[in-house]
Design a protein around this ligand. Structure first.
Ligand code: FES
Length: 145
């Protein structure tokens, strides 16, 4: 059911933890399952992501996608980090079962929320970044739950 890469990142997740005095933090909840994800970003003066950590109450798929997503944004500029979409993360993991796609959204949304926090604190604009929602879903926003 899960690819080797998913199992590897689930069993040995990278970048678990927190960053004190982070440049930006983002916390999001998944409307579909109620799970929560928090991302911490340490960003230098050149807007490069020096370090990133995550904590989650999410399932194994959320752990694996967050582990991969944090690896993918580390060392990138905040603008480049916008290209690390949940689709890109899923591809890097060789895919996820369809019922687990919503889990992968937690990482992307939490990274965006942390970037938003950083941008607000520093008075900068990150192209394409929208104000984070507190709850996320893989469905259209106007869908009812
Ligand atoms: Fe909630 Fe996967 S079931 S994050």
């Amino acid at each position: 059911m899960y690819t080797e890469k998913v199992m590897d990142h689930f069993q040995n997740p990278r970048n678990v933890g927190e960053i004190e005095n982070a440049s930006g933090t983002g916390t999001v909840g998944n409307a579909k399952c109620g799970d929560i994800m928090r991302i911490y970003l340490d960003i230098d003066d050149n807007q490069v992501i020096r370090d990133v950590k995550f904590k989650t109450f999410g399932c194994g798929a959320a752990v694996a996608t967050s582990s991969m997503a944090t690896e993918m944004v580390k060392g990138k500029t905040v603008q480049e980090a916008m290209e690390v979409t949940n689709k890109a993360v899923m591809e890097a993991l060789d895919g996820l079962p369809p019922v687990k796609v919503h889990c992968s959204l937690l990482a992307e949304e939490a990274i965006h929320a942390a970037l938003w926090d950083y941008a607000e604190k520093n008075g900068i604009t990150i192209e394409g970044l929208e104000k984070p929602k507190s709850d996320i879903s893989e469905h259209d926003e106007d869908e009812e739950y």
